[in-house]
Design a protein around this ligand. Structure first.
Ligand code: ADP
Ligand code: MG
Length: 238
């Protein structure tokens, strides 16, 4: 478990400023959803927390320690992407074990952690299958499994459900929420879908053109939008 602090984070690509000074304080075990339209900077913000993008200015602190220069592998963070990024030539079991192998985790512990994740995600019958032999929901669970086995302090999700059909999306949403609260792992979840944000978030961050327009509990944001943009985007009259 971990706290995350984003302190006046800014990001430019060349001369283009895309994040204009974002401040977010995330509590231990909290589920935070960053919601906003395409291009507003959600993925860029998440990638900076993951260490996949440098921060132009400002500080990121995890459990109070500044991590700006820390490599992604050393941040105790696991990320789940929208395209799953599973290794096609590896079995489910191998996909889940791979990150641990790279990290030189002892073999017995890898076996134990993969078995535990498979049990939690109901993947036990599919361990020997390749990703192409799985349904979309099962692939999504493997991606989750790969994140869980690392026992991260923080989960990062970038639109993990957007490739799934509507019914499965609702089901997987519930599974993600259930798993996150059971494990108590601090989560930062990005989506352009307001309904997804409202149902998942302890607090949501509504982003608009590289700015966090409003941060609050879903009901609070819905019933008391602070800007015209938030009112329009969340669908409540101002
Ligand atoms: P979102 O995830 O909310 O759709 P992104 O964070 O992907 O938004 O992008 C925010 C802005 O930053 C967009 O205008 C996008 O074109 C720009 N951008 C993202 N990544 C890069 C990059 N590597 N180089 C240049 N511009 C980028
Ligand atoms: Mg994105």
């Amino acid at each position: 478990m971990a706290t995350i602090k984003l302190d006046n984070i800014k990001k430019s690509f060349g001369k283009t400023d895309v994040i204009h000074g974002v401040n977010i304080d995330i509590e231990d075990g909290e589920f935070i959803v960053i919601v906003g339209p395409s291009g507003c900077g959600k993925s860029t913000l998440l990638r900076m927390v993951a260490g996949l993008e440098t921060v132009t200015s400002g500080e990121i602190l995890i459990d109070g320690a500044q991590v700006n220069g820390v490599e992604p592998m050393d941040r105790d963070i696991a990320m789940v992407f929208q395209n799953y990024a599973l290794y096609p030539h590896m079995s489910v079991e191998e996909n889940m074990a791979y990150g641990l192998k790279i990290a030189k985790t002892p073999k017995a512990e890898i076996t134990e952690r993969v078995a535990e994740a498979a049990r939690m995600l109901q993947l036990e019958p599919y361990l020997k299958r390749k990703p192409r032999e799985l349904s979309g929901g099962q692939r999504q669970r493997v991606a989750m499994g790969r994140a869980i086995v690392r026992k991260p302090k923080v989960f990062l999700f970038d639109e993990p459900l957007s490739n799934l059909d509507a019914k499965l999306r609702v089901q997987m949403r519930l599974e993600i929420k259930e798993l996150q609260s059971r494990l108590g792992i601090t989560a930062l979840y990005v989506t352009h879908d307001q309904v997804e944000a409202m149902t998942l978030a302890d607090r949501m961050v509504v982003m608009n053109g590289g700015v966090a327009d409003q941060i609050g509990a879903p009901l609070e944001v819905y019933s008391n939008p602070q800007t015209e943009f938030v009112a329009g985007f969340i669908g409540s009259p101002a």
